[in-house]
Design a protein around this ligand. Structure first.
Ligand code: FAD
Ligand code: NAD
Length: 159
């Protein structure tokens, strides 16, 4: 099957955008990722999927920890920075959640310890055991059809 057809199909699944951060021996690294999912409530687990060519793969293997930062609509530039879409380098001021590196202004900052690792095809799935969470108000950054977007209207769902 053609790669483009596969990517176009996956791109029909509208997602939020996260930046995964990790601290390796005092150096903080970040990478944009939309392959993120909630896995289990009890215990509290999430999953991220990191490509074999991404340097983040080795960073998380070394640190054994990662933080998922769910970006706000105002943080598209950070998504572009941490996916290599911006040409110039930028200095980023990271914050801290009980020692875990976080991105200030992200709607949710979820710090995790790696609970298990699965190599699947050209990606590695890291199951993260959630240690801490910090929430902020705001609208999400979205990714659909290979493009960034934001919510047109605020929707409310009733249980
Ligand atoms: P690098 O190429 O080393 O870093 C990425 C960029 O972040 C570089 O430009 C670097 O300068 C910058 N950077 C890193 N740390 C810092 C710092 N401390 N301060 C300032 N700048 C810093 N790939 C996946 O594997 N899984 C996904 O789920 C995924 N989802 C994506 C979703 C979207 C919307 C996009 C646009 C891309 C996605 N990617 C995903 C691709 C991934 O973001 C890129 O391939 C990325 O460049 C890989 O980064 P790297 O770990 O190799 O790190
Ligand atoms: P795109 O059309 O490549 O992405 C659309 C969708 O395809 C993504 O949301 C993702 O679900 C899937 N996808 C894309 N590349 C993939 C890969 N290598 N492995 C598994 N799934 C993949 O959108 P774009 O704007 O051209 O993306 C920008 C860059 O970011 C591209 O280089 C793309 O490969 C990369 N990206 C990688 C992943 C990933 O590795 N999971 C996810 C999104 C984007």
């Amino acid at each position: 099957m053609d790669d483009r057809l596969f990517r176009n199909a996956m791109g029909k699944f509208a997602t939020g955008v996260t930046v995964i951060t990790t601290n390796v021996n005092g150096t903080i690294h970040g990478m944009t990722a939309n392959a993120f999912m909630s896995v289990s409530l009890n215990p509290k687990l999430v999953v991220i999927s990191i490509g074999e060519k991404a340097s983040m793969l080795e960073h998380i293997k070394q640190s054994g920890t990662f933080t998922v930062n769910i970006l706000s609509a105002q943080q598209q530039e950070l998504s572009m920075l941490f996916s290599g879409q911006l040409k110039e380098k930028r200095e980023v001021q990271f914050s801290d959640l009980q020692g875990a590196p976080t991105i200030e202004g992200a709607l949710a900052q979820i710090s995790c310890e790696v609970a298990s690792t699965y190599v699947e095809g050209d990606h590695t799935l890291f199951i993260g055991s959630v240690k801490d969470i910090q929430l902020e108000e705001g609208e999400p950054l979205l990714f659909f059809n290979g493009r960034y977007g934001s919510l047109a209207v605020e929707t409310t769902m009733q249980a």
